[in-house]
Design a protein around this ligand. Structure first.
Ligand code: C2E
Ligand code: MG
Ligand code: MG
Length: 360
């Protein structure tokens, strides 16, 4: 072993200069993992850590940066496939890494090139069947790849530290659009817009100020803006997230827990957070009309939300039987392909003109 370097946060690299085969490098990686298999004792508490390792082979002619980048790609693959794994950088990964590098370069330019676009999916108030507002969902119009969905590029933007700038753009766009719609379609209560934020942003203390500034610039009433944060993002940094959520609440913004039920979290934290609505994840709604257990889970979530003084939004409603079940449970809001897929601005305006009618 020749050198160990601390690259950033929780990332380290080990340079092995005298290994002849991949087998030797793997053996060392396994030893590292064995060391981490026993817990560390920190102030009397046992801490369990796992390590994901990526191995890349090189020669004296390789550029150090390339070698590190390849090892990083392999480590990324190890993380994607599951925790505590070890992966090698091979030909297949080389193709993936090249494509990822291209995507990274394109993503850096996408904001300046105005390639992002917001789509809007209606959220329907079940009691009246009317659109209460929209969830803003980002799309990337890539010049060669076509329409790229957020699940493909938001995680990458997070890793690249770009997600904050993208979110600024999303918030500004969504709020300006909402202001225009509120004037064009005056309703009681006024239309709302929901914006998704990633976990990373909740560790930044200037988020509330940024949001406040955007609300002032776009002249949107804070009560019309909804911020969606996933249950797992809250759990990742419970203390910081709680502090930021409380500041947002002071601004008058409403807060939703997104993908509720998928975060595998303890429910005890819920009542301590200033949450207004729970969005029940699509995975529960999909089988609500065919599996009794799913129906019972959704019933329990609805009751839990009510007991904590929150409303419920069911995500991913696709069929009339699913909707019928949700109506029977007296779920307040619904969202899903049954009403509309996420659509562009013009289509959203057509939806606002026609309005949904859900028979009571
Ligand atoms: P999400 O916030 O839970 O959004 C709901 C996702 O489910 C959307 O996918 C939507 O198109 C999809 N969906 C809605 N109704 C149905 C349905 O009935 N059936 C099915 N099969 N799918 C339905 P989308 O737009 O691909 O977004 C995926 C995720 O990406 C979002 O999940 C959200 O977590 C994230 N995301 C989207 N826009 C942004 C953004 O501006 N910023 C950040 N940080 N994340 C975003
Ligand atoms: Mg959402
Ligand atoms: Mg969701």
């Amino acid at each position: 072993m020749q050198a160990i370097a601390h690259l950033r946060e929780d990332e380290f690299s080990i340079l092995l200069e005298r290994v002849q085969t991949m087998g030797e490098a793997i053996a060392i990686a396994e030893k590292v993992q064995q060391v981490f298999a026993t817990p560390f004792n920190l102030n009397g508490q046992d801490l369990f850590l796992t390590v994901s390792i990526g191995i890349a082979a090189g020669t004296a002619h390789d550029q150090p940066d390339d070698l590190l980048h390849n090892a990083y790609s392999a480590m990324h693959q190890a993380k994607t496939l599951g925790k505590a794994r070890c992966e090698l950088f091979d030909a297949e990964l080389r193709v993936k890494a090249t494509s990822r590098l291209r995507l990274e370069t394109d993503l850096r330019m996408a904001l300046a090139r105005q390639e992002f676009q917001l789509y809007y999916q209606p959220i329907v108030f079940l009691a009246t069947g009317k659109i209460s507002g929209f969830e803003a969902l980002i799309r990337w119009r890539h010049p060669q790849r076509g329409l790229v969905l957020p699940t493909k590029f938001i995680p990458l933007a997070e890793e690249m530290g770009l997600v904050s700038r993208i979110s600024q753009w999303v918030l500004y766009q969504a709020c300006s659009q909402l202001r225009q719609w509120q004037q064009q379609f005056p309703t009681k209560p006024p239309l709302t817009v929901s914006v998704n934020l990633s976990a990373q942003q909740f560790t930044k203390s200037d988020l509330p100020q940024q949001i406040q500034q955007i609300l002032q610039q776009t002249e949107v009433d804070p009560g019309s803006l909804r911020i969606e944060i996933t249950e797992s993002a809250i759990m990742q940094s419970l203390e910081t997230a709680t502090a930021v959520l409380e500041q947002l609440k002071t601004l008058g913004v409403q807060l939703y827990v997104d993908d509720f039920g998928t975060g595998y979290s303890s429910l005890s934290y819920l009542h301590r957070l200033p949450i207004d609505k729970l969005k029940i994840d699509r995975s529960f709604i999909t089988r609500i009309d065919s599996e009794a257990e799913q129906l019972e889970i959704v019933r329990a979530i609805v009751k839990l939300a009510w007991n904590l003084g929150m409303d419920v939004i069911a995500e991913g409603v696709e069929t009339a039987p699913q909707l019928a079940q949700l109506k029977a449970l007296r779920c307040e809001y619904v969202q899903g392909y049954f009403f509309s897929k996420p659509v562009d601005r013009a289509m959203a305006e057509m939806l606002l003109c026609q309005e949904f009618m859900v028979r009571p």
